[in-house]
Design a binder for this molecule. Structure first.
Ligand code: BEZ
Length: 290
């Protein structure tokens, strides 16, 4: 029976790359968890995914989130595969390793129970492979989000971190996060929140003017984003330690090189242009923030 959002994930025991795992004991009472299923060991896309997940493990830990993977081979096979993944370069720093458990769901019992099979992808014996499922589970063991990818598409783990950020923020405040939102960006006030409550809980917010005249698109600053604390912890260290920082690194690298060569403006501007076309936007008539 596939799980629905809001269902409590039933406890289970399973052998894994780090020995027997009892899910509830492993997660504990206060942690969120993510569980990512994989078609099988020694496959290319899965290897890049598990390495990337190892690299981003500190990001999940910062969000109080434990990580589990699942693949339909035995634990010994997982341990051999981990050696390949560690050597592949996908884990980031040379000392990084896949330290989180990979569940050994050899008989596909968990994959069937949790509805993680992909009927379109079969192994050499004709058995359906697991799809790339992501289960995001909160600290009450409730399934809060699932994302399903086909075997041929590797997951974006920054997106998974972003969803965890959104869920944790919206659990705490009467807000919802808009398209492509990332931490620190504006959020929407939830429709059920009266203006007066929003003002007290979130502070000032703006209302986007729309042709219908309805005032449903209310935007406030991210109430969970505390800039001064980030600055106090040491700005460079903190920024570079985040996934956003990791994306910034190539730009910072170019800046350093450009300064060293004395050609800052031309080198920086041209490399930026190559990366992404720059669009200028104008206010669309009728859609004006007040
Ligand atoms: C992979 O992980 O690379 C993969 C697994 C099954 C089908 C296609 C790709």
């Amino acid at each position: 029976m596939p799980l629905n959002l809001g269902d409590v994930i039933p406890d289970f025991s399973c052998d894994s790359s780090v020995g027997q795992i009892h899910y509830y004991d492993f997660v504990g009472d206060e942690h969120w968890s993510i569980m990512c299923s994989h078609p099988s060991d020694f496959t290319p896309v899965c290897s890049t995914e598990l390495g990337t997940l190892a690299k981003l493990l500190p990001q999940f830990e910062r969000r109080n989130c434990k990580v589990l993977a699942l693949s339909c081979d035995n634990a010994e096979s997982h341990r051999k595969w981990i050696k390949d993944i560690d050597a592949s370069g996908y884990c980031g720093k040379t000392s990084s390793t896949v330290s989180y458990p990979i569940l050994a769901d050899e008989e596909r019992a968990l994959a069937v129970k949790f509805g993680m099979l992909d009927p379109e992808e079969k192994d050499e014996k004709g058995q359906p492979l697991t799809c790339r499922a992501v289960f995001i589970v909160d600290d009450h063991k409730k399934l809060r989000a699932t994302i399903l990818y086909p075997a041929t598409t590797g997951r974006n783990f920054y997106e998974i971190l972003r969803v965890v950020d959104s869920l944790q923020l919206t659990d705490e405040y009467p807000v919802a996060t808009p398209a492509n939102w990332e931490r620190g960006e504006k959020v929407c006030v939830t429709p059920s929140t009266p203006d007066e409550v929003a003002q007290v809980v979130l502070g000032d917010f703006s209302v986007v003017k729309v042709p219908s005249g309805k005032k449903y698109l209310r935007l406030s600053k991210d109430p969970g984003y505390k800039t001064p604390k980030v600055l106090k912890r040491g700005m460079v260290e903190t920024i570079l330690g985040t996934e956003y920082g990791a994306k910034l690194l190539p730009t910072l690298g170019r800046l350093v090189v450009a300064f060293a060569l004395g050609g800052f403006s031309s080198s920086f501007a041209s490399s930026k242009r190559k990366e992404k076309p720059v669009h200028t936007t104008t206010q669309t008539s009728g859609w004006k923030k007040i």
